[in-house]
Ligand binder design. Sequence first.
Ligand SMILES: Nc1ncnc2c1ncn2[C@@H]1O[C@H](COP(=O)(O)OP(=O)(O)OP(=O)(O)O)[C@@H](O)[C@H]1O
Length: 302
Amino acid sequence: MLAIEASGLRKVYRGKAAVEHLSLEVAPGEVFGFLGPNGAGKTTTVKMLLGLVHPTSGIARILGKPLGDLETKAKIGFLPELFRFHDWMTGKEFLRFHGRLYGMDGGDLERRIPEVLELVGLLGRENERIRGYSKGMQQRIGLAQAILNRPRLVFLDEPTSALDPIGRREVREIIHHLKEQGTTVFLNSHLLSEVELTCDRVAIVNKGQVVRSGTLDELLNARLEVEIRLDVLSSELLTQLSAIGRLVRTVGPTVYLEIPAEETLPKIAEAVVRSGARLYALKPERMSLEDLFVQLVEGGVG
Ligand SMILES: Nc1ncnc2c1ncn2[C@@H]1O[C@H](COP(=O)(O)OP(=O)(O)OP(=O)(O)O)[C@@H](O)[C@H]1O
């Protein structure tokens, strides 16, 4: 059973589609990154998956059940973006308040609160008012709230955007811990380097549609940029190399070539040797998620 399965989801606001034919599959236990530029339809998608907004059309199942199923809702956690806290409450009061909203009973809630406080590194600070917490602590108490009900699936909307590098690392560790416990994590984020470090699989969404999805290896190994360092570069060799891959640039006798796969590397070496040039380096580097994101979003690749 998939954690999330969506097919042809569409949401129209006042005649304009915010989400269009969106299909997704998220496996249980996976940390899934959902990426896209501002206005791409990410929040609308999450709201539909959470059962907060009705799709105009399309179907989705969450933990095997149709959208809006009440029993399923009890197994889902959610940390909204820029979560507004009742900041006059102490951390503990805040968690108690949310625990009751989740319908947790007193004994279970009192046992669970110290567990989540420990997990987010706030044990010992629970009797202080949230108003006095740093941004990082506020984000962590928000995370504690999102996992209080031991969810099988957690949606985190930009959980690290307000944090410094240490705060980000802490949130990454919490996500890692959730994964170890088998929790599925659906992460909305603009911070692509974070996503590269955290996620097993990603989907990139643009203008309401998924334009690319897969594991990071599948997406990023699909294109390699190779540095070919030579003693001399003849125009014949440059022509031959340009036929093997896409010429990115040359710097003196060094050529940068984009190639589709590692299997192309021996061809490059052969072409160089045949031309009589000497090969000092043949260095493939995979694209960063940021390169791919910019290419898909700016190039409008479907
Ligand atoms: N309640 C609404 N009424 C009308 N239009 C809406 C509503 N919610 C979203 N939209 C529009 O739908 C589109 C997608 O918005 P959405 O908030 O889902 O994008 P997003 O990818 O989450 O963006 P961001 O990264 O900026 O949060 C936008 O053009 C937005 O203006």
